[in-house]
Ligand binder design. Structure first.
Ligand code: S3P
Length: 439
């Protein structure tokens, strides 16, 4: 049995110093996937050594790909080519990782062998029909439970054909899943997105020499090409940096420099939203690293004000809302979020779980079907539940910077799915997190 980990975070303090947060989770998954399917050897630096990305790595090892590392973020992937994967001898267990599961569905639908995908209790509740339905339209044979959840059985040896798919939800995982299936499909696979979503798959495919065409909101590729190995440098994850962007904004006297952060425009909604709230975030030394824009972010504390969050920014900040709700709790006036129903089907129901936790801390937070209304106020101490959701746990740790008493957060072990070393880095920068192992 695994131990439960709780956090106890002392109230107050400021964040100061310079840090590089761990590697980008989305890019790390894709580096393993495309490196494995490429011809030749791909060397990766900055790889995120956290449970989610390691689940993807383990899956490819199970399918016969030789991968050296990770060692201090370095991986050497001996690619087997698009047709070189082998059947795994047992189900591929993907832990907490929705990205691993949804992207692998597409990639495995085109293989000659059968596969079974499983996950932990949270992942086993998440909706998978959003990928299995369009894959079936491409000719895949793929089954979920009655509820449309994992375990997922994928039957190999099917002939896939390209489709022109208009996504009902703005999801990079669905888009990426279909593009990966499209590598194995006859003809063109096109995906139209209702709003821009992260485009790391498209960028990285191009980096591996695969032609991807974008026409407005529609992205297309043809099947039957090949991927050529390349070297990749994974930037620091803006979704992890976000905790400190908010922390330094809300804690008076803070000044932080976050280095080498990925600032792909499909991911920078958190900066835009915080700036609209009055935050001072400078983007310094912008540069391109391996096809992805990177910069150093300097943030100093400012008093924040409540805003109506523009709906078009929602997909561009989709993983940052738990901590943005903490910013809203510290802002003057009301913050209103709409058009974010997707937050209810993340690692937890992030609208309800954040509303419950903020309410327990004395904040007026009212959930709505597709968002939340938060009135800034005084954060009291207390005990909150993370529901095993890494980003909820870290968001409430950051809230302690403005709390009047300590905040205890239950069930924080899953912080390791995306941000190994969070508590030590946070402590170095000025938070006071005590990690408590419970029996
Ligand atoms: C991701 C896409 C997003 C995001 C997730 C990572 C990706 O999910 O929430 O953490 O790497 O493609 P959706 O596609 O479900 O919005």
């Amino acid at each position: 049995m695994t131990l439960r980990i709780d956090y106890r975070v002392a109230p107050g303090g400021a964040l100061k110093g310079t840090a590089r947060v761990p590697g980008d989770k989305s890019i790390s998954h894709r580096a393993v996937m495309l490196g494995s399917l490429a011809e030749g050897t791909t060397r990766v630096t900055g790889f995120l050594e956290a449970e989610d990305a390691l689940a993807t790595l383990a899956a490819f090892r199970q399918m016969g790909v030789e991968i050296e590392g990770p060692e201090q973020g370095r991986l050497t992937i001996h690619g087997v080519g698009l047709d070189g994967l082998q059947a795994a001898s047992r189900p591929l267990y993907l832990g907490n990782s929705g990205t691993s599961m949804r992207l692998l569905c597409g990639l495995l639908a085109g293989q000659p062998f059968d596969s079974v995908l499983t996950g932990d209790s949270s992942l086993s509740k998440r909706p998978m029909r959003r990928v299995t339905e369009p894959l079936q339209r491409m000719g895949a044979r793929i089954e979920t439970t009655e509820a449309g959840t994992a375990p997922i059985h994928i039957y190999g040896g099917q002939k896939l054909h390209g489709i022109d798919y208009v996504m009902p939800v703005a999801s990079a995982q669905v888009k990426s899943c279909l593009l990966l299936a499209g590598l194995y499909a006859e003809g063109n696979t096109c995906v139209t997105e209702p709003a821009p979503t992260r485009d790391h798959t498209e960028r990285m495919l191009q980096g591996f020499g695969y032609a991807v065409r974008r026409e407005g909101s529609r992205v297309c590729l043809g099947g039957g090409g090949r991927l050529e190995a390349t070297d990749l440098d994974v930037p620091a994850d803006i979704s992890s940096a976000a905790f400190f962007l908010v922390g330094a904004s809300i804690a008076p006297g803070s000044e932080l420099l976050l280095e080498h952060v990925g600032i792909n425009p499909t991911r920078t909604g958190v900066i835009d939203i915080l700036r609209l709230m009055g935050a001072k975030i400078e983007v310094l030394n912008s540069r391109m690293v391996g096809g992805e824009p990177v910069a150093d972010l300097r943030v100093v504390s400012r008093s924040l004000k409540g805003i109506q969050i523009p709906e078009k920014l929602v997909p561009l900040a989709i993983d940052e809302f738990p901590v943005l709700f903490v910013a809203a709790a510290c802002a003057e006036g009301e913050t209103v979020l709409r058009g974010a129903a997707e937050l209810r089907v993340k690692e937890s129901d992030r609208i309800q779980v954040m509303a419950d936790g903020l309410t327990a801390l004395g904040i007026d937070a009212r959930p709505t079907p597709d968002g939340i209304v938060i009135r800034g106020g005084r954060i009291e101490g207390g005990r909150v539940l993370s529901h095993g959701d890494h980003r909820i746990a870290m968001a409430f740790a950051i809230a302690a910077l403005r709390a009047s008493e300590a905040i205890e957060i239950e069930d924080c072990a899953n912080v390791n799915t995306s941000f190994p070393g969070f508590s030590s880095l946070a402590n170095r920068l000025g938070l006071q997190v005590e990690v408590i192992e419970c029996d």
